[in-house]
Design a protein around this ligand. Sequence first.
Ligand SMILES: O=C(O)C(=O)Cc1ccc(O)cc1
Length: 439
Amino acid sequence: MAAYVSRLNHIALHVANADRIAFDLVAKFRFNLFAARQTTAWRQLALRKGSAVFLINERLKDPSPDAPLCLAADDLSAGSDSTCLYGAQLSSRVDTACNVCFEVEDGQRAFSALRGRGCHFVVPPTPVEDHEGLVVYSVVKSIVGNVCHTLVDRTGYRGEFLPGFREMHSITDGQRGHETQTCSITHFDHITYACPRGVTSDVMRWYQSNFGFQRFFIGRNEDVNEGYVLDQDGIGLRLTAMEFWKCSESGVRLPFKNNQEPDCKLVIAESLSNQGPNQVDSFLEQHGGPGIQHVGLYTQDIVSTAHTLTQAGVEFFSPPPAYYTQVGKQQEILNAGHDPQLLSRHGILLDTDLRQDATDSSHQVLPSEEKRYLLQVFTKPIFAEDTFFLELIERQGASGFGEGNIRALWRSVQGYMEGNTEDLQKQNTERISVETSQV
Ligand SMILES: O=C(O)C(=O)Cc1ccc(O)cc1
């Protein structure tokens, strides 16, 4: 039986300089530092925006060779000094996003179920407690590169984050009234893996059978086995997606309800060989293997969020200049209630969801005449290497990933990779102002 996860708790990053990444997430992306842990061996910082939480881990010194890999019974209260709490003691030569931590209802049961299915645990069920209560966590290795999943049972914990962390008095989203309007990031929308050729079906099977994830069809013409294939005009990409559901441990499936717990998708991106070098291969090379390529941050207002983040110094990719001037695009943008010039200023892409069976985020079938739009923009990589980046995404009824956007997102990153440094945004804006005056 699968170990059903009840929600996403956090995404962990292992980096060489935690303060630098934390500074960027706070100063540029408007996250709040709300919990921290410091030992002689580890610096761990937890940052939150809405329900999206990043845990940044920095190893300060190598643990002594005889330090235990996981906690011994007498280390329970705060974790031993040499332990990276809620993570594996992995070492990576580059900064990496490498752990997706899920909450489970019964830590011991999840461990037994997964071990029974042959999963490899790098940390067995381990209790940690402080004055707010007790959690039990374990860490299972996925079959995707360095990606692990911490499974945390925090049903016996009252604190804000996890035991062993000192809570910080940060400004909450609620207190930042104005900021919530100008930077309305609410949750993780999706996590995208970059994978080598030929592994997608194994990865899908692993998540479906071990965690009960459900297949999510990205496009209308998507083949069950092939996934969503874009294999022409210089794009060689196979995308396959899954969504995870709020499930009871008994296996009864309960879809997240709108306004309660939004769902999060897992996207597997595999490059296809015949279209030349590309961003997935470049990730694999620079990262040293498969892993988390990007994370989509959901925003209720992508234009104001992109504007706020740009002012704070975040750099976004721009699509090729022709994107905003292609036939029908401006009308499509206007129909969706947006200003083509504003979208082009920030490199924001807009797609209309044409799937006949499109559903909204509460999984209700939408009336066919209702238009569904998807808006997206990618940031430049947030680490020193061209690896991990973030994405802003706003869904106006659309639940998938629009083909037009995927093509444009792909090309915007390709242009950057190929050293295309000309100021595309400026060109776009100039073209658009001419065009809009003619609409
Ligand atoms: O649209 C998204 O956010 C995706 O996740 C699809 C995707 C995946 C990988 C790429 O290099 C480009 C686009």
